[in-house]
Design a protein around this ligand. Sequence first.
Ligand code: LER
Ligand code: MN
Length: 271
Amino acid sequence: MIRSAITVSLVEEARGGPFVFWDGLPAACQRAAELGFDAVEIFAPGPDAVDANELRELLERHSLSVAAVGTGAGMVRHGLSLTAGDASEREAAKDFVRQMIDFGGPLGAPAIIGSMQGRWGGELDLQAALNHLRVALDELGTYAEKYQVPLIYEPLNRYETNLIKTVADGAGFLKTLQTSNVKLLADLFHMNIEEANLADALRSGKGAIGHVHFVDSNRQAAGLGHMDYGPIAAALEEIRYSGYLSAEAFPIPDSDTAAQRTIEAFQKYFR
Ligand code: LER
Ligand code: MN
């Protein structure tokens, strides 16, 4: 069964970014539970930003799970990238992700590689960057096995990466890995820019999609743009997707309205 999740950012530097809740985990968990979400997705500044016991207590109190943890703070805060030209920088990026896997793993939450994938350019050509990415995903995907969670890799739109931008290319790339523990994140906002047809793209990711960012065409909450969710819901059902639809959207006009609209759209199309 597809489950609902909503993002909370604890990263001040990311203000203005596409996360629904911004006022700390206790408030986010309380509101997410009141609205009927199954889980929260946490964008944290680092692996030690959240006290694990306090988080467990909050999750238990509100009967919530953690859908995933973002790793983008490695880029936003520390300028790290898994495809940096410099080997020691790539190692530092992998260390950061490993620590985020150690944060989410015990909670059953996979880590997401989004902006940490970086881009090619300058001294680094596309093939070299893809090789760095392949090595990193193989290493980190294998590392995540000890928590029995996958590693989630997210194709991004052309303005955020020049590596892999579509679900089909992402699925093809995952087939070149040694590990089978890396799954794709299908972010409907990125897909709306890059894919010719969103439903067909989701079908091309059959068996490879492990997480979905649920959002509208304009990166506002589902229902506030012009995304056609009917064919998307049909495609996800057809490929038997059973992970989270996680709201990664701007808090427009405000967090609470974005959260309410999201859960309404979720219930309309996926229940
Ligand atoms: C970035 O645009 C994005 O979609 C995030 O999920 C990646 O960190
Ligand atoms: Mn995303």
